[in-house]
Ligand binder design. Sequence first.
Ligand code: G6P
Length: 606
Amino acid sequence: MCGIVGFSGTREAAAVLIDGLRRLEYRGYDSAGIAVADGSAINMAKVKGYVKNLSELTHDGADIRGQIGVGHTRWATHGAPNDVNAHPHISSDGRFAVVHNGIIENYALLRQELTKKGYAFVSDTDTEVVAHLLEMYYDGDEKKAVMKAAARLEGSYSLGIICAGGRLFAVREQSPLILGLGVGENYFASDVAALVPHTKNVIYLDDGEFAELTPEAITVYDVRGRAIDKPVSKVAWDVEAAEKGGYEHFMLKEIMEQPACFKATVEPRIKNGRIEFENFDLSDQELRGIRRIVVTACGSAGYAGQVGRYVIEELCRIPVSVELASELRYRNPIIDSHTLLVVISQSGETADTIAALRECKARGARVLAIVNVVGSTIAKLADHVIYTWAGPEIAVATTKGYTTQVAVLDMLAIYLADRLGLMEKERYDALVDALHAMPGKLQRAIDLNRNIHKLAKRLCKYNDIYFIGRNLDYAVCMEGALKLKEISYIFAEAYAAGELKHGTIALVEQGSLVVSLACYEPLFDKTMSNIEEVKARGAEVLAVALEGNRKILSKADDVIFVPRTEPLFNPIAQIVPLQLFAYYVAKERGCDIDKPKNLAKSVTVE
Ligand code: G6P
């Protein structure tokens, strides 16, 4: 949520900053701004809306001179999205400019204190207090002012601070911030996506640390201002991975990447026909000590967990509950050392998920994280990490992040069942073979649905869409409905097919579209009855069924077919056409697919 960038070099900073902001725009797009120091003063430009507005305003940065600067792309928390609330925020004396990601929870008290002292506020943001605190604490030493100001802040923040004289600082507390080491220039950003065009050598700042960047060096300090050594890591992917590569939208590119991402996530973990995780290996005693598994996450990651729940319970006979992180954290959760907490997060930075993790860890849970972003907060806090090797995901609506999370959960279920002695060798081998086959199945799911845009064109007129299914199909419904609603703004909700008649069917009438997932074969006939029921109330039915299923043709108005896979893995192939359907419906409705309204990809606030 919000993207920040910083640059210190010997060439003009503005264009570098604007390019960085473009790459972070998925984090928020309510406004964009940059502040650049030319050695004596700070030059600033900021504007409501997309980074392209900022680029137009500044002629691609050419109007804002200076070689050191910070930039920001905003997802509004405090104050409406407008030019004034846009970052950077500048101190009254013009000496400091600040960009911020996170929430300063004690900003109201600080604002009161600063106002009493005569500082005049121009914006409604929490961030502006930082600029005035810096001015208040400045006594000739900018580093000291940064430390003193940071010590007054409560909440989560990553800050970029430039000083009119040309010094550049980055501060981190519970919000991501990564430093990039270049040649004759250095950088920082909320995400490596903005760094990879320049360098693959990065330093992950930890909470409480801050850094000063010059063109020649980066010095990292601890909270008391003592210089510390930090390891330099190498980013594993190339700049092309975070670009559209000829696709109209990142979302479409990322949907198409799923066969390759699945392969990258699964194949390295199968060695000589056996599933092995590089960072998750429990002793037999530890394994037998697990009485329950709690999965916690937000959004699609939680829906991946819903699929995982069915598969783990089926194969391992361990009770699994899937908990919304935003609820679990405040629920005085019943968690102890016999709980395996599985935390799922693409970004590894979701505030609620981090808080739930901390809460459960403090109660003794062993924490396994399934994360996509290397070096992220969740990866650092967990006892074990299994990375989803999906590569950078830029579109706000996740696709490849979700399917690779499900892939890891499936592998985890097989691994645990085997370790617990619950699986015959034949079944184990068959499941491993089925995993190997999945990239081909994902490709088939794409190929079978090359014409789905035609269906989307016809069905995009609906304003109420109900997704129904049973068992694994129900779990997929949740993600299918979310995809549609987040990018096309159509009301879409998932219901367990058997539950429909207990209330929701009252809403079904002529003009309703029901998407019925009918791939879970043990309950296929029951789902067919539910289709009859909604049709009898006048709804149009779009079914999702396994290739070769002819029965469905007489029941549904339209059918999306997906390839047959190992039944437990059906959700992975099933979600692909639903992602494509959502994509083309949103396109028909003229929505901004990669940047849906009101949303952001990395939700670092509560
Ligand atoms: C946001 C994104 C979703 C994502 C959720 C959790 O709402 O738009 O796509 O599923 O956050 O994010 P995480 O990074 O923790 O998976």
